[in-house]
Design a protein around this ligand. Structure first.
Ligand code: TK8
Length: 338
């Protein structure tokens, strides 16, 4: 009887283990190199930590993640090209510098597209997000999830932006992306496309006057050391793509693929939460560090929006009529339902 009890206990223990990881699960020992342009104290740090822990748990410790920060493996575009050629596994990249690879991504860069994080989440995690991810697989990239870069705000070393005319003649770094380039040109700025890794030095040497990024990036990339004015423009919401090399993906087992997908989503929830919690704190900390922060008057916000409308017409053909229509239809449906 005692022996039987023991056997039963052992069987139960074995079953618990099996539930955690099916006996048939196929995981190989792997180290996944994952690069980020931002620093590790950015919300991406928490997202990647969650992703890593989740993979370790699901694969019984076999799938390991090695994170690289501050553009140590090259900038967004360079790292993404390494994924396409199969020499690097993963990158967390802004979608914006990748429009040369997939022009449809330019839809996210249209000024004042999303009104809130809630809208962004609904579009990115819904049918539209899937539509774009499906397109990404045709250019050698598997998008595991959309994380948050966030609403972008303007910093510069010359003057507060209180109306769109204040951009006139200002040398502003933009991402390597024509929608951003035209958005700023259209405001009268002298827009300069530049990789993220070069921005700090360009600001420091005054080669450029300003740049634009979410609060958390302005803080964690220390732009406050070289920028005086922060104007809350929220002129665009940009997502991060969590990409895996399609070439390398095709060599993974179904279990490994599933674990990567599930863990990128677990990481997403952690990362978005951190992005939102840290966003408010970053703004306060930027003020403490001496940045002069201004909000825009409602009427001036409206004038900036009006001024930005020309960019939609100009870029509709590049983004693609179907992609733009899908986005605008989904947004309209969402706004109607709320
Ligand atoms: C970091 C970039 C950054 C982006 C930019 O690699 O380039 O301004 O906002 O977050 O992706």
């Amino acid at each position: 009887m005692k022996a039987l009890k023991l056997t039963l206990a052992a069987a139960a223990a074995a079953m618990t283990l099996a539930a955690a990881m099916p006996a048939s699960a196929q995981f190989a020992d792997r180290t996944i190199r994952l690069s980020n342009g931002v620093n590790e104290d950015h919300p991406n740090g928490l997202g990647v930590a969650r992703f890593k822990a989740c993979l370790a748990e699901k694969s019984g410790g076999k799938m390991k993640v090695q994170g690289f920060w501050g553009g140590a493996l090259g900038g967004d575009l360079q790292a993404t090209q390494a994924l396409r050629s199969g020499t690097q596994e993963m990158v967390v990249t802004s979608s914006s510098p990748l429009i040369g690879i997939l022009p449809d991504l330019g839809v996210f860069d249209l000024p004042f597209l999303f009104a809130s994080e809630r809208e962004a989440d609904a579009i990115l995690d819904g049918a539209f997000g899937k539509y774009v991810s499906d397109k990404l697989t045709t250019v050698g990239l598997v998008n595991l999830a959309y994380w948050e870069n966030g609403f972008r705000n303007m910093t510069n070393s010359r003057r507060p932006i209180t109306k769109w005319e204040d951009f006139k003649g200002m040398k502003v770094r933009v991402m390597q992306n024509n929608v951003f380039l035209d958005t700023f040109k259209n405001m009268g700025a002298n827009a300069v496309p530049m990789a993220f890794g070069e921005v700090f030095t360009a600001l420091e040497t005054k080669a450029i006057d300003g740049q634009e990024n979410p609060f958390v990036t302005i803080d964690t990339s220390k732009f406050y050391e070289v920028q005086k004015y922060l104007s809350v423009t929220r002129h665009a919401y940009t997502p991060f793509l969590v990409l895996y090399s399609k070439k390398l993906w095709d060599g993974l087992s179904a279990d490994e693929q599933k674990a990567l997908q599930d863990c990128a989503v677990a990481g997403r929830d952690e990362q978005r939460k951190a992005s939102r919690d840290q966003g408010a704190k970053a703004l306060a900390s930027l003020k403490d560090k001496g940045m002069l922060v201004n909000e825009l008057e409602k009427q001036e916000q409206e004038r900036i929006r009006e001024q930005a409308k020309a960019v939609y017409d100009k870029h509709a053909p590049n983004v693609g009529a179907e992609t733009l229509k899908r986005m605008l239809d989904e947004l309209a449906a969402l706004r109607k339902a709320n």
